[in-house]
Design a protein around this ligand. Structure first.
Ligand SMILES: Nc1ncnc2c1ncn2[C@@H]1O[C@H](COP(=O)(O)OP(=O)(O)OP(=O)(O)O)[C@@H](O)[C@H]1O
Length: 641
């Protein structure tokens, strides 16, 4: 997508003079000989294309009509046979050789440039993925998966396309058109002015075409994007769609989106089909004028206007030269019509390159400090000191503050419960401990080290996190449990599964631990997925464990079983458990009650019940004592709905 009207990832785009050149320098240097060899082969291929017409011209003049002596460009006189027969054979052989060398060079060029660009693309893709992966969580919060994928797919491929297609076309224009122009100018510069004058006209027409078609392609792209999103949404939500019997409604929406696509595509097509005839007319005009001027000259012995002979009445034009001019003039059109595509391709590739360079250079807001403290032994003392936090929007601007003055201490081995209404900030608090985000003010420390000073990798190795919606990767149950632990043994795996309450159901699966879980684990129930995710974290054996609604999808009975086995696990490590089901945290050493970004109450279950505040009311809701709820709590809950 060209730079001016594409605002996806606008903030990422590098302020780079020439992003393609920079990528080329970084990723192409090693294979530069391959690239240079390909370029030489392309030039040779194009030069060979000039040869047959030249030889034909010589053959016409010297052999067919015998008007001039047989001589060849760049071939020494001594090599040229004296008799017409061998001369003819030499010309024919040279034509065949030119085609053969041309074909060979084309093969060499394709081979080398494809090899260069595929390797280039591979290195850029891997590094771009790596840079993408190092971005903070907020980078992904603000973008759709499709957008992020487009950098890895479209942008990286765009560069490859530019290298193999557009650059080749550029060399074609330079050598073929330039070469033909130069040959004609050398042979008869006055007559050559006619076809050469067509070059800027063809160039201009191409440029005009790009300008005109560009916004139209933009619309096609946007229409395709909308149509795809609609299809993706509908197929992704097929169960909802069917249960609400909205098939007809959705077909109507797809029809509208498809219609928009058709209209924009048609608009682009009508512009495109005007362009090619206009190129043909220009080329044909040059051809016809050369035919009339040159033909007249050949037939009558003098040109229709003295300009062409430079006022010399004896200046003649041979039939061979005329044929050469006619041949070359006609062949201008094909490469020139690619001029527009080259400009377009360059714009696309430059925009893609800027995004890639921007991504490669961009620092995550949560930076992985190379000199960060490596944690060896972790006791698990966690302190939050007056922490404020707001999420950022795409432009990096702070949104509404979601955490205010969060302070608490958890000693090594404590079991801390976090409860509170939905949206209170419980998950956000824990995500700050893992440094998915950094606080705007205040500090968070682990064993007395500010987490901002700790090496990110080391921090996350010691702090395990089981999220609300765990993600299972496509693969087997065992692979998912052992994710990130390459050297586990079977017994450890099984033990972790038992602790997480997963072993029993896994053992019942057809292939046990080797059962494929499907994409994102779709073949398992929500509760089963959660238990596998829990087992995965248990296997890593972190010193601090964050359970974010880790058992919300399992039934009460299973939760009790998991709770039981987790007890042993929680003994010697600090555990934070976020839960809506308050029974989960009933036995916690401390319970932090959050509301609207603040900790509003804290204490043990009993003390909080005695406090008769928010926690006590949430508890009443869970044990079904609705009539005992104060009026203002009910009112507030209704307003929050
Ligand atoms: N990635 C995000 N970007 C912007 N705002 C967010 C993001 N994640 C959460 N929020 C907002 O931050 C606030 C706190 O959300 P958080 O997920 O921490 O609440 P929670 O107490 O864990 O809620 P729940 O119990 O529903 O999981 C909410 O208002 C939410 O809308």
């Amino acid at each position: 997508m060209p730079p001016d009207d594409d605002d996806e990832f606008a903030e990422l785009r590098a302020e780079e003079g020439n992003a393609i050149l920079r990528l080329f320098r970084e990723y192409g240097r090693e294979r530069f000989p391959t690239f240079a060899g390909g370029a030489v082969a392309a030039v040779v291929q194009m030069l060979m294309e000039l040869v047959p017409s030249l030889l034909l011209a010589v053959a016409i003049d010297s052999l067919f009509f015998d008007t001039t002596a047989f001589s060849l460009f760049l071939v020494p006189e001594s090599w040229i046979p004296a008799e017409p027969g061998p001369q003819f054979l030499l010309a024919g052989t040279l034509i065949a050789a030119a085609y053969a060398v041309g074909a060979g060079s084309s093969w060499v060029n394709n081979y080398l440039w494809n090899s260069f660009s595929q390797h280039f693309q591979h290195s850029v893709r891997v590094d771009t993925y790596d840079a993408l992966q190092r971005q903070g969580v907020e980078f992904f919060d603000n973008r759709q998966t499709g957008e992020v994928m487009s950098i890895l797919n479209n942008d990286v491929n765009q560069l490859e396309g530019f290298l193999t297609t557009n650059l080749k076309s550029f060399i074609t224009i330079l050598v073929r058109v330039g070469g033909m122009g130069v040959v004609m100018l050398i042979i008869n510069w006055r007559l050559a002015l006619i076809p050469v004058a067509a070059i800027p006209i063809l160039g201009y027409l191409s440029y005009w075409f790009v300008e005109a078609i560009h916004p139209k392609y933009q619309e096609v792209r946007s229409a395709v994007g909308k149509l795809n999103s609609r299809l993706e949404n509908n197929i992704g939500g097929i169960e909802t769609l069917k249960s609400f019997t909205t098939e007809r409604f959705e077909t109507g929406r797809v029809r509208d989106s498809s219609r928009d696509y058709l209209d924009s595509q048609w608009d682009a097509i009508t512009t495109r089909i005007k362009f090619f005839p206009s190129l043909q007319v220009t080329t044909a005009a040059a051809y016809v004028v050369v035919f009339f001027v040159g033909g007249w000259w050949v037939v009558t012995g003098s040109p229709p206007h003295p300009f062409f002979s430079g006022g010399d009445p004896n200046a003649a034009l041979s039939a061979g030269t005329l044929v050469l001019f006619l041949n070359y003039s006609r062949r201008f059109v094909y490469p020139m019509r690619q001029m527009g595509q080259i400009i377009n391709g360059y714009q696309y590739a430059e925009a893609a390159g800027e995004r890639i360079v921007g991504l490669l250079d961009s620092e995550s807001r949560v930076s992985a400090d190379a000199d960060g403290i490596e944690l060896d032994e972790v006791d698990g003392d966690v302190v939050f000191d007056d922490v404020d936090f707001a999420y950022r929007d795409e432009a990096g601007e702070a949104e509404e503050t979601v955490l205010r003055g969060i302070s608490f201490e958890a000693d090594a081995g404590d079991y801390v419960g976090l409860v509170g209404p939905t949206g209170a900030g419980k998950s956000t608090t824990m995500k700050l401990l893992l440094r998915f985000y950094d606080p705007d003010s205040g500090t968070i420390s682990l064993d007395g080290h500010d987490v901002a000073d700790v090496d990110l990798r080391s921090l996350r190795e010691h702090v395990g996190y089981v999220s609300q919606e765990p993600y299972l990767f496509y693969g087997t149950v065992a692979e998912n449990i052992a994710y990130g632990v390459p050297d586990y043994d079977e017994d450890e795996l099984r033990e972790a599964a038992e602790t997480a309450g997963a072993h029993e159901f896994v053992a019942d699966l057809e292939d046990g631990y080797d059962t494929m879980v499907g994409e994102r684990g779709v073949k398992l129930s929500g509760g089963q997925r959660q238990r596998i995710a829990l087992a995965r974290t248990v296997l890593r054996d972190p010193d601090v464990l964050v359970l974010d609604e880790a058992t919300s999808h399992v039934d009460n009975e299973t939760e009790a079983v998991i709770q039981n086995s987790l007890d042993a696990l929680t003994e010697d490590r600090t555990v934070f458990a976020i839960a809506h089901r308050l029974s989960t945290v009933r036995s916690a050493d401390h319970i932090l009650v959050m509301d609207d970004g603040e900790i509003v109450e804290r204490g043990s279950h009993e003390s909080l019940i005695d406090e008769e505040g928010l926690y006590a009311n949430l508890w009443r809701v869970q044990v079904g004592e609705m009539e005992a709820l104060p009026r203002d709590f009910v009112q507030r809950s209704l307003e929050a709905e």
